[in-house]
Design a protein. Structure first.
Length: 153
């Protein structure tokens, strides 16, 4: 039996996404596992906060349902610690219109979300080391802010 898919929600979501852009910026000097984890954490967080990015479930030719995935591309761009720190400071002027999520170095040294929260709270802000940023918002704004960054390869 094939599942029936309601495409009206998908078409509405696609139209809403036309003028939006999402990018991840990760410190390319980090070990590969840390890069992958940083991208995964940023992607999961964006998906939670912007569920309209996720398409509807899709059946395959045998009728098995596959969970929806993102309907827009999410390039992973390369930066370094200094760029991420300066960019994070600059992005504050664009919030809340631009959704910004950051992952900091404390993810490698803390064992729980509560410990992570305590590290953030104790500061100071200028000592925070950023591993990655996610940006979601107006396509022109995101492109203007990140257009000169290369892809992480």
């Amino acid at each position: 039996m094939l599942f029936r898919v309601n495409n009206s929600h998908a078409k509405k979501g696609q139209k809403e996404m036309q003028d939006k852009k999402c990018v991840l910026i990760v410190d390319g000097s980090l070990p590969l596992g840390v890069i992958a984890n940083t991208a995964a954490v940023l992607g999961a967080s964006i998906g939670k906060l912007r569920p309209e990015m996720i398409g509807h479930d899709l059946p395959d030719s045998a009728g098995h349902l596959h969970q929806g995935i993102t309907t827009i591309g999410i390039p992973i761009l390369k930066g370094d610690g200094e760029l991420l720190k300066s960019m994070r400071a600059k992005l504050k002027e664009f919030e809340p219109e631009l959704l910004v999520i950051d992952v900091i170095s404390a993810t490698r040294t803390t064992r729980s979300y509560e410990e992570y929260a305590a590290v953030l709270k104790q500061g100071p802000e200028e000592q925070i080391e950023y591993f990655g940023l996610a940006l979601f918002g107006d396509k022109k704004t995101v492109t203007q802010l990140t257009g000169d960054l290369g892809l992480l390869r």
